[in-house]
Design a protein around this ligand. Structure first.
Ligand code: ATP
Ligand code: MG
Length: 437
């Protein structure tokens, strides 16, 4: 892609409400555009990053055997009346009427809808366990939407649901998701802490929030820093190893504010290991047994032919929130660097261009074509402006590698820079092999 052709409306004017870095940066680099309070359009640059995050989330869900499906954004109020949440959910739910006057709503979450799908399709334990997920827009009429995509009304979420015959089996599904979440956040180059949490309006008795450290986060973190020492590679993907994994994590202190008790914290965690800080919730998992299946009559035949309520859990990841959360975690000294796994482009070629010297641009185009041939996702900054402006712009956009075609380059060697590192002069072949890794 040529930068001059890319729809990337970079702006200097920021609205007063853009208080945190990620919000400012996403607006400045034209990743998003607010359409009304808490509702955004995703422009090409932001959309590309979000889609890459979505794909990593999807791959990790598929790896644990979860199956992707798609449920609608609009739901009927009937199923919510059956579960009893139609009244309980409160004003965050956007309630609408269709032309027949039927009450419908824009889904804030999908426990009821998936239970309805399940109860009409599965009758026997033989089809269990099942893990189903979709990645779909949600709407919550947040009282104070803020921080850009971090807390908005319309947001993109991966939500998964597990179905098991017994509470014991259901915890195995919970452990799989726990593992999958840690792997997902690792691939996004994030250190997420699983914190024991209250279950809130979703309900149930077992729950973890996955939170990443960030000063601008809205969640309080109380944790033992040994939580970062647990190596996920120690565990195999089988039920007993995953059970051990969750126990190992649970042994190390990490709780949300509702569960925090100062005395207990001081007793259990040495002063030098205490983390008391702010974080961003990027995922939340719940085990709630028959909270929905019972009132909604989602029954299956067990091995003896007896009807029993299916045991369920639900598992969310804030895919759109993650775009902002990753910026908060990675932005440093006024420079943005995306993790390679989700960067909008892998590398940008920045030629020094002037009116009477187009030679660098021609060289840059040749490099561009070479890299394209290798299937490397490359951006060419062909915009006619001075180098210092170009560098400022790329500090914001955060593409992890730069090839600079200017005074330091000759016919075959170019300046190659990994953001936040010093540059090297390398031949195109060396550059190619570095980018292929
Ligand atoms: P929060 O406490 O931040 O309101 P929640 O507990 O209400 O989150 P869940 O119902 O667990 O959220 O939703 C799953 C995930 O969806 C959250 O972990 C978060 O990453 C994301 N999410 C929730 N609400 C929003 C929102 N208003 N805007 C963007 N993402 C959100
Ligand atoms: Mg909420």
């Amino acid at each position: 892609m040529y930068l001059s052709k890319l729809f990337i409306p970079i702006t200097k004017d920021l609205p007063a409400e853009a208080k945190i870095k990620s919000h400012q940066l996403m607006l400045r680099t034209g990743m998003i555009k607010q359409s009304s309070a808490g509702i955004y359009s995703w422009l090409p640059l932001g959309f590309k990053v979000m889609k890459k995050i979505e794909q990593i989330v999807r791959e990790e869900q598929n790896l644990i055997g979860a199956q992707e499906m798609l449920m609608p954004t609009i739901q009927s109020s009937e199923i919510w009346k059956e579960s009893g949440r139609y009244d309980d959910y409160g004003e965050e739910m956007l309630r609408i009427k269709d032309r027949q006057g039927r009450e419908i709503l824009y889904g804030p979450t999908n426990e009821e809808l998936i239970t309805d799908v399940f109860r009409t399709s599965v009758k026997s334990y033989k089809l269990l366990p099942q893990l189903l997920y979709h990645i779909q827009w949600k709407f919550r009429d947040e009282i104070r939407p803020r921080f850009g995509v971090m807390r908005c009304k319309e947001f993109y979420m991966k939500d998964a649901y597990s179905f098991d015959l017994s509470d014991e089996d259901a915890k195995k599904s919970y452990n799989k998701m726990f593992y999958s979440y840690l792997k997902t956040f690792n691939r996004l180059d994030l250190k997420a802490i699983p914190m024991a949490a209250d279950t809130g309006p979703i309900g149930g008795d077992l729950s973890h929030e996955f939170v990443i450290l960030a000063d601008t986060g809205e969640s309080d973190i109380y944790a033992d820093k040994n939580i970062f020492e647990i190596d996920l590679n120690r565990y195999k993907f089988d039920d007993s190893s995953l059970q051990k994994m969750r126990e190992d994590f649970t042994k190390v202190y990490a709780v949300t504010d509702e569960k925090f008790k100062k005395e207990e914290f001081n007793k259990l965690v040495k002063k030098e290991n205490q983390i008391i800080t702010k974080g961003i919730e990027v995922g939340h998992i719940f085990y709630f047994s028959d909270k929905y299946s019972k009132p909604m009559n989602c029954l299956i035949d067990d091995k003896s032919g007896k009807k029993t309520s299916v045991k369920m859990g639900s598992y969310g990841i804030g895919v759109s929130r993650l775009v902002g959360a990753i910026i908060e975690a990675k932005y440093n000294n006024d420079i943005m660097k995306w993790p390679e796994s989700i960067a909008p482009f892998k590398v940008v070629i920045i030629p020094s261009i002037s009116k009477n010297n187009k030679e660098n641009l021609e060289k840059a185009i040749k490099i561009y074509q070479e890299l394209k041939k290798q299937n490397i996702d490359v951006l060419l900054d062909d915009v006619d402006e001075n180098m210092s402006n170009k560098f400022k712009k790329h500090d914001l956009i955060g593409i992890p590698y730069q090839i600079i075609v200017g005074a330091k380059s000759d016919d075959d060697n170019f300046e190659f820079k990994e953001v936040n590192n010093t540059s090297q002069i390398l031949s195109l072949d060396k550059i190619k092999s570095k980018l292929k890794n």
